[in-house]
Design a protein around this ligand. Sequence first.
Ligand code: SF4
Length: 245
Amino acid sequence: MITNWTITLRISRQKRGDNHTYWKDYTLTVNPDDSVLDAVENVWAVHDRSLSYRHACHHSTCGACGMRVNGVEKLTCITPIRSVTHDNGIIKVEPLRNFPLIADLVVDVAPFFQNLETMRVPSIVTNSQGNLAYEKTPAGTENLERLVDCIECGLCVSACPIASTDIDYVGPAVLAGLQQSLTASVDGIDSSLADHQEGAWRCHSAYECSAVCPSDVEPGFRIMDLRKQLLRASFRRWFGNKEKK
Ligand code: SF4
């Protein structure tokens, strides 16, 4: 039999349009095998309807419920309460970093998706049945493939120390998507899209992105491979594309 725990959920709050952030504590009785997202929903459903947070699928495929839990980026729908606290313990929940904050735990992911499109890594594509997942596919990206396994949760961007200090940095998920498209020789992909100071060369190899990625995309390692591909492309430009005899 599972014994319920009493925990404190300490949530970072900020009203829309307000710059004032503060912590608010909620005491909950929970099943420790439930997820952190379950606990957040409990707060919204029972204690405080003013709380804003993002969620959708609840089984780690949509990437909507990314938050920082005790200072670490987590997909909260697959993060059991017992993995981040103990009975009578505290869980601190904050929004992702390196995104504009909208309110409470909700960040604006539009710049992230715009970056994916700029790099010609489509965030919205036709599905395997040939139906459009959404009405509009970005122009010129109709035949490109989405980064396999990336659920576009943004955890890697939040964890990235470069994204924290440089808002122009393209970021790990986008660069990982470009690396995959280049490796697969997808038509229309141009390596020079990442060959600039805010692209693949801006990464400092911290690998925080790979550490928090819930889908084993390994963006840090993909960025290192992308650099190799960029160097190869440069050598080909400088010295011609001579085949080894
Ligand atoms: S690379 Fe990983 S952490 Fe980054 S957006 Fe994709 S799934 Fe999320």
